[in-house]
Design a protein around this ligand. Structure first.
Ligand SMILES: C[S@@+](CC[C@H](N)C(=O)[O-])C[C@H]1O[C@@H](n2cnc3c(N)ncnc32)[C@H](O)[C@@H]1O
Length: 276
């Protein structure tokens, strides 16, 4: 007897997820691969990409930690943690560190606390009003600045810098040249075209306006349709523009990797400036 369509799809997706989780555990022994349905970082049609992205983030963070000479970080803040897509890899890599997971979605924070045993910290908007605790040897901020407009950048960066321990590093991601190429429809990024939502989920006219802004100023931002009141949208920021925000926030660049996170987002490793 044939199963009803929805059930068939569910069973197929579950099979894909199980295979992806098994492969991820084989690549990273000890990895917790439990992912809840409401974790929207996992595209149900491509569950393997969740673990590909988590692993690629860890590799980029490791390069940053090495470049900054942090050693083995003892205190680590993952902000925003989501439901722990990257956090779970950091925990395998530095099992003795003390972890804090900070997120705007209380449910994501609760999941990270109950599943991984990390310290929960529910965030607010704006982020610079949140007591981040710390100080931290390593702050990882993946795919946060990629969603903020200009006024959020310098105060958020400065707030994160203020939570660093002496010698600590802030490693964060931005959407730079590869993102601009993808959003412009360049044929040079077939992998991004395969795994990302078309136009980053933006209406085409907003994507076009964003691309034009980036070409003219080095920075562009657009709201998602129906979320015009939210500070959260999509941004693209080119290296010179980001470098200027870092200067304003009192951070020095140790390493900048174009597409350092799996060929998609740029990864910046920064440390608090000690002299002006
Ligand atoms: C694209 S997700 C990335 C999540 C995670 N870093 C990852 O890579 O899976 C961006 C996250 O930023 C969170 N966020 C937005 N504003 C925030 C704020 N002020 N404080 C903390 N998290 C925030 C959102 O709730 C969302 O989960």
């Amino acid at each position: 007897m044939a199963l009803p369509g929805r059930v068939v799809r569910k069973v197929r997706n579950m099979g894909r997820y199980r295979r992806a989780a098994r492969a991820a555990r084989a690549q990273t022994p000890g990895l917790n691969t439990r992912v809840v349905r409401r974790d929207d970082m996992m595209a149900r049609a491509q569950p393997d990409q969740y673990f590909v992205a988590g692993h690629a983030a860890l590799e980029a963070i490791e390069r940053g930690v090495t470049a900054a000479g942090v050693g083995a970080p003892k205190t680590i803040l993952d902000l925003p943690s989501g439901y722990g897509r990257v956090l779970r890899y950091l925990m395998v890599r530095w099992p003795d560190a003390d972890f804090t997971a900070c997120e705007l979605m209380p449910d994501g924070v609760e999941f990270c606390a109950s599943e991984f045993g990390v310290r929960p910290l529910v965030s607010r908007d704006p982020l610079w009003d949140v007591d981040l605790g710390g100080p931290y040897d390593l702050i990882w901020s993946g795919s946060l600045f990629t969603h903020f407009d200009v006024p959020y950048w310098t105060p958020t960066l400065a707030h994160l810098a203020g939570a660093l321990a002496p010698g600590g590093a802030l490693v964060f991601s931005t959407q730079g040249e590869p993102a601009l190429g993808f959003l412009s429809g360049s044929p040079d990024y077939p992998v991004l075209t395969r795994v990302l939502p078309p136009n980053y989920g933006l209406p085409r006219d907003r994507a076009d306006a964003l691309v034009k802004d980036v070409q003219e100023t080095g920075f562009g931002f657009a709201h998602y349709a129906g979320s015009e009141e939210s500070p959260y949208g999509t941004s693209i920021s080119l290296p010179d523009w980001v470098t200027e925000r870092l200067r304003e926030a009192g951070l020095d660049v140790v390493l900048h990797e174009t597409g350092g996170w799996g060929g998609h987002q740029d990864v910046w490793t920064t440390v608090a400036r000690t002299t002006d």
